[in-house]
Each structure stands twice: as structure tokens, then as C-alpha cells.
Ligand binder design. Structure first.
Ligand code: C5P
Length: 223
């Protein structure tokens, strides 16, 4: 299985003054922990890491021995653009792809395997968890518009897996039509292409704020 790791963000919500994936937890960078899990999956055969050129040396140094096993790809201004660069850098034998955010460093290898296996029978899969909060849709002035039924609500995570040709086509259409999305599954939804949900777990958080770092530190102690 081929895996792309978007790691080209600026980390502004973390207020760390650098790419949040370079922040150290338990003695290693966030991106190191992500790659450790990815390479623990027996189904993973190729990994591309998508980063900003000015982070290249620091990111590759921080992943230590994994650096010789990954393909470096220059990222774009948005996650969507970064993934598109990744798709254009895949080896020609890549028919299926898992995309996993570098910022989800607590992913369990068994869930990476589960996504890869489910991709055998589906054109697109997304790891997700059932929402436990009651979610409100709120207008720009701060007033509630609607409360969607919780039983149909899932929080999307990564990995997200796709047939490469389909995802490439979806990205090309997005460029043509100016669709802006925050995950790849959204492009399939716009196109009315089926995406299968795979139930994951809530420890697979995306490290975004300083609070997330504290939570991740607790989980990493158990790794
Ligand atoms: O900012 P956020 O955490 O939502 O980004 C999700 C993932 O996408 C992160 O791993 C981040 O490094 C990556 N990203 C990227 N290129 C960008 C912006 C974000 O690869 N231009």
C-alpha cells in the first residue's frame, strides 16, 4: 500500500512559531511518531512525506532512520494543494492510496491495516468516529440554525483511502471548478461518489492546539 503524509502546514493554531510536526513529545518529533506507526503496518510498502521546502532538513532529520525510507514531496499553500502535489509524485504502480495527516501521530497500525483492507472492496474509505456531542449549525452572527440528528453524525479522521485514478480526477475537477475542501473525501461527496466509513477510535486526534499536545503526551506514554 502507498501512503501519502501531508506535513506541510504552518501550525498557526499551535502558536509554536514553526511547523507543529517538529514539536517534540516524549523525546521525538510529532512526525516521527506518525511515521513510526505507519511503518509498523505490514501492509505499507511506500511512503511519501509532503512538506514545505524550508522544513525539509529539519523534518527529515527528526524522523531519523525513517528518512531513507520516505520520498520527499514539496507541499502547497493548502492541504488540498499539498495532496495534489503528492498524487502527482506517486510511482506509476500506485493504484490505491492512503492519505494520513502528519498531525495524527497517535494512529494505531491496526487501523491503518483496517483502512487498507477495506479499500480492497471500496473506491474510497474514511476512518471516523461517532460524534458524542450534540452538534449545532450556527449562522455567522452566532445564532443556532439547526441541530442535526446525532445518530447520523461522524467525525472524519485520516487515514482516508482512494483509488488513485479517481482521486486524481476529483482533484483535477476541484481545480477546474474552484472547490475548496479540508479533506479528500469531500471531493468524492461533491461528485456523488460513494465513500465508506470505517469506525476508528477517538484517541486518533489531530494535534492542533496546545491542549492536544498534553493529551497526546498521555497517550504516548502507553505506546
Ligand atoms: O492544519 P491542519 O492540522 O488541519 O492540517 C492537516 C494536515 O495537513 C497536517 O498534517 C498539515 O501538516 C497538512 N498540511 C499540508 N499542507 C498545507 C496545510 C496543511 O500538508 N498547506
Amino acid at each position: 500500500m502507498h501512503v501519502l503524509i501531508p506535513a506541510a502546514g504552518s501550525g498557526s493554531r499551535m502558536r509554536a512559531g514553526k511547523n507543529k510536526l517538529l514539536i517534540e513529545l516524549e523525546g521525538e518529533s510529532l512526525i516521527y511518531w506518525t511515521l513510526k506507526s505507519v511503518f509498523s503496518s505490514s501492509l505499507v510498502s511506500w511512503v511519501g512525506i509532503i512538506g514545505q521546502p524550508n522544513d525539509k532538513n529539519e523534518l527529515l532529520n527528526s524522523i531519523k532512520g525513517f528518512s531513507s525510507k520516505v520520498q520527499w514531496i514539496n507541499g502547497g499553500e493548502t492541504r488540498q494543494e499539498s495532496v495534489f502535489h503528492g498524487l502527482n509524485s506517486l510511482p506509476s504502480d500506485a493504484k490505491k492510496i492512503l492519505i494520513h495527516d502528519g498531525a495524527r501521530c497517535l494512529i494505531e497500525p491496526s487501523l491503518i491495516n483496517k483502512c487498507a483492507q477495506e479499500l480492497e472492496g471500496n473506491e474510497a474509505v474514511v476512518l471516523a468516529t461517532k460524534v458524542t456531542d450534540t452538534i449545532k449549525i450556527v449562522d455567522d452572527k452566532g445564532y443556532i440554525q439547526e441541530t442535526p440528528n446525532r445518530k447520523n453524525l461522524w467525525a472524519a479522521q485520516t487515514p482516508q483511502g482512494f483509488l488513485v485514478e479517481r482521486l486524481r480526477k476529483a482533484h483535477l475537477m476541484a481545480i477546474e471548478k474552484n472547490w475548496i475542501v479540508t479533506d479528500d473525501a469531500s471531493l468524492f461527496e461533491i461528485l456523488n461518489w460513494q465513500v465508506k466509513i470505517i469506525e476508528g477510535n477517538s484517541s486518533n486526534i489531530k494535534i492542533t492546539t496546545p491542549l492536544d499536545l498534553k493529551i497526546a503526551k498521555l497517550f504516548l506514554k502507553d505506546f
